[in-house]
Design a protein around this ligand. Structure first.
Ligand code: CP
Length: 310
């Protein structure tokens, strides 16, 4: 049973296949109905969301399926009953399970017991659906991925930093994370990305010096400095990460045709300036739209992998 729990669950060939499928589904949004029946896809959100719940619900409907919102507050997964029991119950109702939760281990347990594909809709460690949408967006703007340099600036120890390292290296990109001490990705993630890059031509590294990191970059990415669950650290984070704000001055150090990315929600005047996110270098609204197309590709592909029996 295949799942999408982290970015390196996909081989380079599979990632390319999914991105090509996403582009086809975007061009013909109502012409593919692999969830016809309709098959139900259960969506559970233990953490706040706008884009993810909207894009999955719309995408499931476009694929001919039935989006089932399971209220995470009511289900209290792991409190009211075990993840194993929830997985076995939902696996009898749904063809796939989409889950946004905290610990990656919770997703691993759901995948082990559900008997149907499980999709990570953001965990503390990874955001693989966002990365497929982002890579689709970069492809639309640049025509290709391999060989491009993508620089993630700010809180590099967050799920988006981790996912850019793994997914970018899988795509053959040169991924640089520029963050201060204490906000850099775990060495194991950087090493994993570098290992992936050995077969794709991609590279992965941390560069604390922002100017050196961004020089000549094709893509510059940031994310909120206060990820979900980090609210108690707000003041310390704002002070430590302020020098790594994504501004017009930072973009001026990148390639002349560089694009600025942010998965949203954004906090103007903090991790990114209003002028930049609302300006011509920004592709954030394309990223938000492409969540639907990329996730449709994931669900269609997983349904095919699982077989159409359910
Ligand atoms: N980018 C993203 O995942 O948005 P939401 O948190 O609103 O779903």
């Amino acid at each position: 049973m295949r799942h999408l729990l982290r970015d390196d669950d996909l081989s380079p060939a599979e990632q390319a296949e999914l991105l090509a499928l996403a582009a086809r589904l975007k061009a013909d949004p109502f012409g593919h109905k692999p969830l016809a029946g309709p098959r139900t896809v259960a969506m559970i959100f233990d953490k706040p969301t706008l884009r993810t719940q909207a894009s999955f619900a719309a995408g499931i409907a476009e694929l001919g399926g039935n989006p089932l919102h399971v209220n995470g507050d009511l289900a209290q997964i792991g409190v009211r009953e075990s993840i194993e029991d929830v997985a076995r119950v939902l696996g009898r109702q749904a063809a796939q399970i989409v889950w946004r939760t905290n610990d990656q281990a919770r997703l691993d347990t759901m995948a082990q017991w559900a008997g149907v594909p499980v999709i990570n809709a953001l965990s503390d460690d990874f955001h693989p659906c966002q990365l497929l949408a982002d890579l689709l967006t970069v492809t639309e703007r640049k025509g290709h991925l391999a060989g491009l340099t993508a620089v993630f600036i700010g809180d590099g120890a967050c799920n988006m930093g981790n996912s850019w390292l793994l997914a970018g290296a899988t795509a053959g990109m040169h991924v640089v994370v520029s963050s201060p001490e204490g906000y850099q990705p775990a060495a194991g993630i950087v090493e994993r990305a570098a290992t992936i890059g050995q077969s794709t031509g991609g590279t992965a590294r941390v560069e604390a010096d922002l100017a050196r990191a961004v020089a000549g970059a094709d893509v510059v990415i940031t994310d909120t400095w206060i990820s979900m669950g980090k609210e108690a650290e707000s003041s310390a984070r704002l002070e430590a990460l302020q020098p790594y704000a994504l501004t017009g001055e930072v973009m001026a150090m990148a390639a002349p045709d560089a694009i600025a990315m942010h998965c949203l929600p954004a906090y103007r005047g903090k991790e990114i300036t209003a002028e930049l996110i609302d300006g011509p270098d920004s592709v954030v609204w394309d990223e938000a739209e492409n969540r639907r197309h990329a996730q449709k590709a994931v669900m269609a592909w997983l349904q095919e992998q699982a077989g159409a029996a359910r």
